[in-house]
Design a protein around this ligand. Structure first.
Ligand code: GRG
Length: 290
């Protein structure tokens, strides 16, 4: 059954919350507190945008939610690990995340490193072994995709560029954004596509472009929201850093976001009515306030 974006959104939140609770049990009794700390970090607050993209792409091509659960939860786990490590004193040194104390503030630095590590390996375990009818070949392709976008040539490279290279020009900053933030959004699109047994090359290329543009626009919006958002993360964390927005200015950043999203919309026009939830995703991103 095909759904509108609002319905996919609600299904996504329910399934992700329940899958996360299934895989990470809050254990007050454990002396090492690891699962309690993991559970603290994965429960509520997150917008679940990356899983939403996985479920949306799969749904418009008629894939069952059961075959989308593993990639959807895996990408949310990788995203959450990246936020926990990004908040550490050695990185962004942020006290707040998703409206509450960041993991290291609540459980200590060593535990926050371990929680991130544990969430990361759990993501790949779920892709390899979650019970569903994805083929072994599809699972392998998903593991390779998520590892590529999140690893040394993807998100980790972007984070290293941000911390050690401090990109200065607009083009250097955009390259860093594509790796650091855009990569996981592209991965969400590609994971959704990998759940589809067969796909026309033109549809695939259109969706890849859509994912690339959505990912970059998402980070540029984050630039604009830094300092005005009430999302519960530490504010003004980028004020001393060169961001695209503080280099190019607010108007130029808004123009760039619009161009990227318009180009993404044009790319998916070939999907016709089927692509409507993806149009709606772009509209909700244009209105994003946190
Ligand atoms: C530590 C290897 C490593 C990477 C960290 C993702 C990242 C790289 C850093 C996060 C900090 C940052 C400036 C992110 C920009 C945009 C972004 C990814 C925001 C958070 O994502 P949302 O808005 O968060 O989807 P929620 O909390 O809704 O899940």
């Amino acid at each position: 059954m095909k759904f509108a974006l609002a319905e996919i959104h609600s299904i996504c939140h329910q399934r992700i919350d329940s899958l996360l609770a299934q895989y990470i049990k809050e254990q007050d009794t454990s002396a090492i507190m690891l699962e309690k700390a993991m559970s603290y970090c994965i429960s509520d607050g997150g917008k679940r945008i990356r899983p939403l993209i996985v479920y949306t792409i799969g749904n418009i091509f008629g894939i069952s939610v059961e075959n989308l659960d593993a990639p959807a939860v895996a990408i949310e786990l990788i995203h959450t690990y990246s936020l926990i490590h990004d908040d550490l004193p050695a990185m962004d040194n942020a006290d707040l995340r998703r409206g509450k104390a960041s993991c290291h503030k609540k459980f200590g630095e060593a535990m926050a490193i371990l929680v991130g590590d544990g969430l990361q390996s759990l993501a790949f375990e779920i892709l390899a072994s979650h019970s569903c009818t994805l083929s072994a070949q599809q699972r392998l392709a998903m593991i390779a995709c998520l590892a590529r976008y999140s690893g040394k040539d993807g998100m980790v490279a972007g984070q290293a560029l941000d911390i050690y290279f401090e990109p200065q020009t607009e083009s250097e900053i955009l390259t860093m954004y594509r790796l650091k933030t855009g990569g996981l959004i592209s991965a969400a699109v590609e994971l959704g596509m990998l759940a589809i047994p067969q796909m026309a090359t033109d549809d695939k290329e259109a969706l890849e472009l859509y994912g690339r543009n959505l990912g970059l626009a998402f980070q540029l919006q984050d630039d604009l929201l830094d300092g005005i958002s009430t999302s519960g993360k530490s504010l003004h964390t980028d004020k001393d850093k060169k961001t695209f927005a503080n280099l190019a200015g607010i108007n130029a950043t808004q123009r760039k976001i619009s161009e990227l999203l318009d180009e993404g919309l044009t790319a998916i026009q070939r999907l016709g009515d089927k692509g409507k939830p993806l149009d709606e995703l772009i509209s909700s991103l244009r209105e994003r306030v946190c």
